[in-house]
Design a protein around this ligand. Structure first.
Ligand code: ZN
Length: 117
């Protein structure tokens, strides 16, 4: 399953990062997910809960922040948000768009509770 492999990768990074900072317990995790990733936030949260079991992230809240798709027109240089997966320039109607955001998938931040100082 798509979301499971994503969460598995994110979890490895998260636990590694937490261990290096002496975090004992993770309260919440914020991930940024670009719309082009076609990730279903609810599925991601469900997978996270499963993967977090028996780790320091058990019971942590996963906050999924969606990053809109943005692009730049190769013809006129206009920058725009791309809605509904229509890759066409607002200004010159050109169809050559370079995607500049929307493919993100990373841990933006996490909150620790009871961290060792
Ligand atoms: Zn254009």
């Amino acid at each position: 399953m798509h979301e499971a492999s994503i969460v598995s990768g994110l979890m490895r990074i998260l636990l590694d990062h937490a261990a290096r900072h002496g975090v004992r317990r993770i309260a919440s995790v914020t991930v940024k997910v670009g719309r082009l990733r076609s990730v279903e936030p609810r599925a991601l949260i469900g997978c996270f809960e499963v993967f977090a079991e028996d780790t320091i992230a058990e019971g942590a809240e996963l906050l999924v922040e969606s990053v809109p798709i943005r692009g730049r027109c190769d013809d006129c240089g206009a920058e725009m948000e791309i809605a509904g997966f229509v890759f066409r320039c607002d200004r010159c109607q050109g169809g050559r768009i370079t995607v500049t955001s929307g493919q993100e998938l990373y841990i933006d931040s996490f909150e620790a509770t009871d961290a060792l100082s």
